[in-house]
Write a protein that binds this ligand. Structure first.
Ligand code: ADE
Length: 421
């Protein structure tokens, strides 16, 4: 290691990574430590403008230990998942030189340098929106940039997988398949891009962030319980998912919304059936989730073909995928009829791509109050004010990117500590 101003320098990189939502679900590990799944899964990557993690990583000879701040608060890096990601990236680091700054780091020197990490999510971390997928993908991607890692996205995805399984699918944009792999060392359990974000731009994603008072079962312990106790999970992994994955790949390739929607809804429902089949049973969805499923099912039925797909992860939030913008605007009208905001502020009730509100003709709360009851629904007079915290309107988006603008770095370039501390 050499530098003109020995020990004074701080080398940094900043990246942004999206979150993703599985349309063929990952549920169940065959190896807990390496995070190897019992079936393939497929996801869509969400637009990082609306749902992403931004992470700055820095190294300096002056740092005394590895440290991390999440959303401004220092957290421990001692957990096995962080340690795996740091170890695996350091292993793959390459020689680096910045002649202007007089910094030269040899491959073997990276191990001796401590890192500082600061990460922010642009959505509430506790909302159950796969923040750890975005977070670990971002950490691995950005550390890889900093340490001049030359490996391809497949290899990076296998490192991100060791932070959080679904993080491996956030290493690419568009439509992504996580191949479960067969090897014991996990080297073939990687994510591959099926199609990029430009492939199917008609799709619009509306997420209902559902208020939940119930403490949820963590995915890690829920999965473990399902693997140990659910006979349905074995059937799902061995018999159902392999053919569903092939059909989903075909649906994506052909932009066949009808098949895409049917497979997505069926897979979400089977995942929650596995949760119920677990002992003790796990309940991730709630009454609000079920009302949203009912609304979409009845509407799809009344149209004679699917207009919207729904999918639910390990929590009550509904992720709704509409076939196009016009359908998304109609969906929003139906959703706002049943789930109007508690206060009168419509603009903070829908975040992300707010232009969908004007497409739906919703400019004020008076417009929401004047919405007609969806004719396909039996219960028309009941409204469930306050049961949805807010909606996010998004689309399919790109994979991780370097944030080149240094003013957006989350660590101070002189001290390597979080800005503002
Ligand atoms: N868990 C949740 N958000 C995260 C982030 N941004 N980075 C790492 N881990 C996380």
């Amino acid at each position: 290691m050499a530098s003109e101003a020995e020990g004074q320098w701080v080398l940094m990189a900043t990246g942004r990574s999206p979150t993703n939502i599985a349309v063929i679900k990952y549920w169940g590990k065959r190896d807990e430590a390496l995070i190897l799944p019992i079936n393939d899964s497929i996801s869509v990557t969400l637009d990082p403008d609306h749902l992403s993690a931004t992470t700055t990583v820095a190294v300096s000879p002056s740092f005394a230990s590895d440290r991390m701040w999440l959303n401004g608060k220092e957290i421990s890096l001692s957990g096995g998942r962080f340690q795996s990601c740091l170890r695996e990236i350091r292993k793959r680091a390459c020689d680096f030189e910045d002649e202007k700054k007089g910094i030269k780091i040899k491959k073997e020197d990276w191990e001796k340098l401590h890192v500082h990490i600061s990460s922010y999510n642009n959505f509430p971390t506790a909302a159950g929106l796969a923040s750890s997928a975005a977070g670990f993908a971002c950490l691995v991607f950005t550390l890889g940039k900093l340490m001049n890692v030359k490996e391809d996205y497949g290899e990076l995805s296998s490192v991100a997988r060791q932070g959080s399984g679904s993080a491996c699918r956030s290493i690419s944009g568009g439509f992504v398949k996580w191949c479960m792999g067969k090897k014991d060392d996990g080297s073939d359990s990687i994510a591959v891009q099926l199609a990029d974000e430009a492939h199917w731009t008609d799709l619009v994603i509306i997420i209902a962030v559902v208020s939940s008072k119930q403490k949820e079962t963590s995915s890690t312990s829920g999965m473990r319980d399902s693997v140990e106790t659910s006979p349905l999970l074995q059937y799902r992994a061995q018999t159902v998912v392999p053919s569903r994955v092939l059909k989903m790949e075909e649906a994506i390739k052909n932009r066949d919304f009808e098949s895409f929607a049917k497979l997505t809804c069926a897979d979400s429902n089977q995942f929650h059936a596995v949760c119920l089949d677990t002992s003790p049973p796990i309940f991730y969805t709630n009454d609000t989730s079920h009302r949203i499923i009912s609304l979409v099912e009845k509407w799809n039925h009344s149209e004679g073909a699917p207009q919207v797909a729904y999918t639910f992860d390990a929590g009550p939030n509904a992720v709704l995928i509409a076939r196009n913008r016009k359908t998304a605007a109609r969906l929003l009208q139906k959703l706002l009829y049943y789930f109007p905001p508690q206060d009168k502020d419509l603009s903070s009730y829908l975040v992300g791509d707010k232009s969908i509100l004007s497409d739906a003709g919703l400019h004020s709360m008076e417009d929401v109050e004047a919405l007609p009851a969806p004719p396909e629904m039996k219960i028309q007079d009941q409204r469930f004010t306050g049961d949805v915290s807010y909606f996010i309107c998004s689309r399919i988006g790109a994979g991780p990117k370097v944030v080149a603008d240094e003013s957006q770095a989350l660590l101070d370039s002189a001290t390597g500590l979080p800005r503002g501390l």
